[in-house]
Design a protein around this ligand. Sequence first.
Ligand code: FAD
Length: 387
Amino acid sequence: MQVLIAGAGPVGLSAANVLADAGVELLVLEAEPRLPENLRASTFQPPTLDLLARFGATAQLIDMGRVAPQVQYRDRSGWVAELDFGVLKGDTEHPYRVQCEQYKLNQVLAARLGAARVRYGATVTAVEQEGDGVSVTVNDVERLRAQYVIGADGGRSRVREALGIKLEGFTWPERFLVASTPFDFAQVMPGLADVSYFADPQEWFFLLRVRDVWRAMFPTRAEESEADILSDASIERRLQRAYAKGSRYELAHRTLYSVHQRVAETYRRGRVFLAGDAAHLNNPLGGMGMNGGIHDAFNLAEKLAAVIRGEKPEETLAHYEPQRRPVALEYVNTITIANKRNLEMRDPQEQRRWRAELAHAMVDRAAHRELMLKISMIASLRKYECA
Ligand SMILES: Cc1cc2nc3c(=O)[nH]c(=O)nc-3n(C[C@H](O)[C@H](O)[C@H](O)COP(=O)(O)OP(=O)(O)OC[C@H]3O[C@@H](n4cnc5c(N)ncnc54)[C@H](O)[C@@H]3O)c2cc1C
């Protein structure tokens, strides 16, 4: 085997498709017995759509999801600032976000790879560097060897642990609740964009529409118990505060999850690389975690393919970490933390500063484009790709 990939998430499967298209022999090892269908990220940013288009996956995401050309910032009193990805027409083939559940991308990417390249029920339990290769233990018993290994096995990465790499940063005290409902908020909130953030120092929230449901995200208080947060009554109270509709909300799905801002101290040990959540975790405000992970996957897999095919020297692999780690550290971390702070901001002066910045972007095309280049993650790719 030339490359073994731990994890059949969006990151592992993107890397696997790049490598398979380049004719590299690879195997994806996935711990679960089948592809998980849990609801997690659902925002695909413009440059991610540009990358996935080469697999034909972007057209399928558009079919299965919803094109979202605008993003809005609002408050409960009726203030609205709207930004438009259309200003990026000259910068991307896809000047919009697509909202679609990430597991649907995984299904498309796994089907494209073919059954022989993904092994389910295969947990990577140990990883050891061995001279000119890497030895990977599966389910504690079987040993496989490869020239290179990609750890795309998520936030609790066993690969990262086996290499003794620390995930540095912090965990927010509050967890985030996501509740989905078929209730159509756009019918009762005139002009509501499919991605809308509501600022409120007491309880901000975020409404995001996928194909058939709206997902509402709320912060929770550190002292609330998981059972309380996920109870019908408590979710109902939060949704009624977002929009008091009088009757009960129908719930399609609920998840509570811990939120981190953490980056691995290194993305590489010898012939083993980390990518995606295994390498970095951030809060979901801005829809950057999965997208940044997919950008890691393309960057790394293209380099590995070129080195394995003898088109580029081995030193090419040294560029992966300087091109991708600063994006997680300086860019995604900074923007997602700022997004959270802006939504929960109490200081009136700071609130005015943020609103003035958005108001300026709405009337000044150059400022609008500059902001959208950042929000869409195009700026992060351009700044570091030639590092
Ligand atoms: C509950 C939850 C909700 C989320 N919601 C949002 C959201 O609303 N918005 C947002 O932007 N982001 C969200 N995220 C983050 C987003 O889902 C991730 O950034 C994205 O999934 C990262 O992709 P990945 O491929 O790196 O990792 P993952 O998607 O986690 O995939 C890793 C894969 O590796 C497998 N695996 C794990 N350990 C092993 C092992 N030892 N051996 C083999 N396989 C293994 C797992 O089963 C999994 O299939 C959420 C994350 C979680 C956990």
